[in-house]
Ligand binder design. Structure first.
Ligand SMILES: *Cc1c(COP(=O)(O)O)cnc(C)c1O
Length: 453
């Protein structure tokens, strides 16, 4: 299998190229040139079995199956349950997929525990060094640090918006005392951090001199790792299942779309946003229109530029890079673009959007606690709010994604339920650990200087 750029301006590459490069050199995102499909009668047993089957579809010629399996077993041994992503039934129609059993208690561990090991596998083979550069609204940073800190020859720089992540999120990034880990607080918002990363990746000389690699969900390998839990879950519903996905950068819900493309029995995908509702407005109108990022109770979704949307738009536009580039150029120039009706119809066939403000979020946490005796975090609450709004219009069973452990966002949970959720054992001394981070101005130059030392 080859990977092509959504913007059609650079040669196709293989899995290795997509893994190590992250963003395509023309500024586009890598996608498989054709969608593979799961075998007829696919019936996975364990999570690792599913992971091996799904990932080998994407990793052609990169790694042999036994080695892949060993990496998978090591990656998911860091989770505190053997199922990796347990599915918990709340009532006849509704289940919740718990994705927060990894070391940093948010779903990004699922991809980043594997990504770090893939980097390590490749770097040991070649003896190369890389600079991992990522932007985070909170959860990617700590998950990337935990996943990649032991990769041989990797220097890690994580940019986060100064004073925006929750204290738990910040401490998970800043309390790792390792010489190759750099937590960088940028005086801006998440979109600013993401723009700096994109700008540095677009700087060809800097990119190649530093061997820059991406850990954001623009990295195809991250998407591939997330496809696994959708496939694994969907095959336990042979009649088809709907997923409700709390969304920011569109990475997680894009992985669900890929699982559907592979042939997994998936019906609708509900794209659940917080007050930063650019995607909701898009699914209402066919027009992507940027506005200001506003802080919310679900900070990992405080995003106005959902990078991975470019990948699904590419498909909806019939994989026409010229049409895609027109949209992206309009978005850069005037902060908006319109999608042709035909492409919009393709998208509406699969996706539905919904928004949830902070009051809805608190109400969803409170009523999930009351109705099911189950505590959810404010991101998961956005999905539960969507469930209450949509349960009569969705056909078939529904799985809501629980993307973070409630203890990662204790203030919101306490506000809604009156109880402060305790941190899991492994993180119990987090508030006592010393912090290390650098505050820098909102500029790509400042980040470049820091990396160059
Ligand atoms: C990252 C994150 C999201 C958003 O996921 P995307 O892949 O960016 O759409 C939602 N909830 C939590 C807890 C997250 O960490």
């Amino acid at each position: 299998m080859k990977y092509i750029s959504t913007r059609g301006g650079c040669p196709a590459t293989d899995f290795r190229g997509a893994l190590m490069g992250g963003l395509a050199p023309d500024g586009g995102l890598y996608v498989p040139d054709v969608w593979p499909t799961l075998p007829q009668g696919f019936s996975p047993k364990t999570y690792i079995d599913t992971a091996e089957a799904v990932l080998s579809l994407f990793m052609d010629g990169f790694i042999d199956k036994p080695t892949l399996r060993t990496l998978l077993e090591k990656a998911y041994a860091s989770f505190d349950v053997p199922e990796v992503a347990p599915l918990r039934k709340l009532d006849e129609n509704l289940s919740v997929l718990e994705l927060f059993h990894g070391p940093t208690i948010a779903f990004k561990d699922v991809a980043l525990q594997l990504l770090g090991r893939l980097f390590d596998y490749e770097l040991r083979k070649t003896g190369q060094k890389i600079t991992i550069l990522g932007a985070t609204s909170g959860d990617t940073g700590s998950a990337a640090i935990e996943g990649c800190r032991h990769a041989q020859g990797a220097e890690i720089y994580i940019l986060y918006p100064h004073e925006r992540p929750s204290e738990v999120q910040r401490r998970q990034m800043t309390t790792v005392n390792a010489p190759n880990v750099h937590a960088v607080a940028v005086e801006g918002n998440f979109d600013d951090c993401q723009a700096i990363v994109k700008q540095l990746f677009a700087d060809a000389a800097f990119r190649s001199s530093q061997n820059l690699s991406a850990v954001n969900s623009i990295n195809w390998a991250r998407i591939a790792a997330q496809v696994v839990y959708y496939v694994h879950t969907a095959y336990s519903y042979p009649q088809g299942v709907n997923f409700i996905v709390p969304t920011g950068n569109f990475g997680n819900v894009y992985a669900a779309y890929v699982a559907k493309k592979l042939g997994a029995p998936i019906r609708k995908l509900v794209v659940a946003s917080n007050r930063n509702d650019i995607l909701t407005r898009f699914f209402e109108s066919g027009r992507m229109q940027k506005s200001e990022v506003e802080p919310s109770l679900s900070p990992s979704m405080d995003i106005q530029v959902s990078s991975n949307f470019e990948r699904v738009l590419f498909d909806a536009l019939g994989r026409d890079p010229e049409a895609l580039k027109t949209c992206m150029a309009d978005f850069t120039k005037q902060g908006s673009y319109n999608v042709p009706q035909k492409a919009f119809d393709v998208l509406l066939d699969i996706f539905t959007g919904i928004r949830c403000d902070d009051d809805d979020t608190l109400a969803a946490i409170a009523c999930t606690q009351r109705d099911y005796g189950y505590t959810i975090d404010p991101h998961t609450a956005v999905a539960f709010h969507a469930y209450h709004e949509f349960k009569d219009s969705l056909e078939g069973p529904v799985v809501a994604l629980a993307c973070a452990h409630p203890a990662k966002f204790p203030d919101a949970v306490q506000k809604a339920t009156g109880k402060r959720p305790p941190l899991p054992e492994a993180l119990a001394d987090l508030y006592e650990r010393p912090e290390h981070f650098t505050v820098i101005p909102n500029s790509a130059e400042a980040v470049k200087k820091l990396i160059l030392g």
